[in-house]
Write a protein that binds this ligand. Structure first.
Ligand code: MD3
Ligand code: FE
Length: 202
């Protein structure tokens, strides 16, 4: 485990290849029940380049009219989100050191052109709970800063199987994904990157 300057805990190679494959299988099951959707920016309706879905009792969604929020159902199918696979709840228990279970796991899919601008995660009512993130597939260039947008940032590469834990001060750090490095992992046959973020919402 490495602690970065801003208090971000990073565990390179947290999941071995077997565990990555098993988790990916579970995520494929989630995506079959809750298809990836294209999120839109509040106000402008501009599509994000990342595609998303969720599992757990709550899921993060966004659209032009209603903006960023958590809700109990998929925005297109109207069905409740699939339950969180045990592979994920086990990771939460091991890494979060928090008395409550995760309510939401956001699944982000990046193709080779996708990125995520610098932002803070503050749509959760309980900001005392950590966020636990797992990366699968192609490597990305990840950037994390301070709790103000203008703070200095540190960049590092997140690879398949890496875990990141955001707690305490780092929980409100600005962060984003600047780029995906194509063909850096054999895990996803058509390439791309999946990021899973588990959260307590309320
Ligand atoms: C640092 N996801 O879903 S994961 C997001 O790789 C998000 O898909 C990125 O940012 C991704 O909101 C980054 C690592 C991560 C997650 C939450 C954080 C880093 C964070 C919250 C606070 C600070
Ligand atoms: Fe985020």
């Amino acid at each position: 485990m490495q602690v970065l300057p801003n208090g971000v805990h990073w565990i390179p190679g947290y999941l071995d290849i077997e565990a990555q494959r098993a988790l990916l299988d579970d995520i494929r099951g989630v995506v079959r029940q809750a298809p990836l959707f294209v999120p839109a920016m509040p106000g402008t309706g501009k599509p994000m380049s990342v595609r998303m879905t969720n599992c757990g009792s709550l899921g993060w969604v966004t659209d032009k009219a209603r903006g960023y929020r958590y809700q109990t159902t998929h925005p297109h199918t109207g069905k409740p989100w699939p339950t969180m696979p045990q592979s994920l709840t086990r990771i939460w228990t091991e890494l979060a050191s928090f008395p409550k279970p995760a309510q939401a796991c956001l699944v982000n899919f990046y193709d080779e052109r996708a990125k995520m601008g610098l932002h803070q995660d503050r749509d959760e009512r309980d900001l005392s709970a950590p966020v636990v993130s797992i990366s699968l597939g192609d490597t990305c260039l990840f950037r994390v800063g301070e709790t103000t947008r203008s703070g200095r940032t540190t960049s590092f590469r997140l690879s398949s199987g890496d875990a990141v834990i955001l707690s305490g001060k780092s929980r409100l750090a600005f962060h984003g994904v600047d780029r995906i490095y194509p063909d850096t992992s054999p895990l996803l046959k058509n390439g791309g990157r999946i990021n899973l973020t588990m959260r307590v919402v309320e």
